[in-house]
Design a protein. Structure first.
Length: 176
């Protein structure tokens, strides 16, 4: 099982590397399409549209989207670190004191901000949890290569972390 899992992972990494190489070769392509041996040639008007949209996604939009996601991650990480520092030094201050909540738009923005902050906090915690690699016992693998024990172990940790994660978030926003 382990050998088969490693072979599948190796093939997936190779395919991804070859596709990235093909994308880099076609960045300045006058055809505005990605010529790759890994993708089937599409025909027709809709096929040409899909080829050009795939080209635009991988060469123009995706790098800018990752840049914006990196900026958002930096801002949210700094916000979470400030919230943790408020908890550590037991300051009588909340991050939501900076948002004027006198209007309906202020309350809506505060709710959206708390939703985004909690989602980012959960994403960071669970991303780290699910990428833990203890030998080969607790690994999660793509393409249905994970055994049942690893899935149960990960689900166990997922449920055990939910309550402390929410409690920590409530401490960050000073909900009492």
């Amino acid at each position: 099982m382990e050998t088969k899992r490693r072979e599948v992972t190796y093939e997936q990494v190779l395919e991804e590397a070859f596709f990235i190489e093909d994308v880099l070769k076609n960045v300045d392509s006058p055809e505005r399409r990605i010529n790759s041996s890994l993708m089937e040639a599409r025909s027709g008007l809709f096929g040409a549209f899909l080829d050009s949209s795939t080209y635009l996604w991988y060469t123009k939009i995706r790098p800018k989207a990752f840049y914006l996601l990196a900026l958002a991650s930096i801002i949210l990480s700094v916000t979470l670190v400030l919230g943790e520092m408020i908890i550590l030094f037991q300051l009588n201050f909340s991050l939501f004191d900076l948002i004027p909540q006198s209007t309906i738009w202020g309350k809506l923005f505060a709710n959206l901000f708390s939703l985004v902050l909690l989602a980012y906090l959960s994403l960071c915690v669970y991303y780290g949890l699910f990428n833990i690699k203890f030998t080969s016992f607790y690994e999660l693998h793509a393409n249905q290569q994970t055994d049942s024990f690893s899935l149960l172990y990960s689900a166990n940790f997922l449920t055990k972390l939910a309550a402390p994660l929410c409690f920590n978030f409530l401490k960050i926003i000073h909900m009492e």
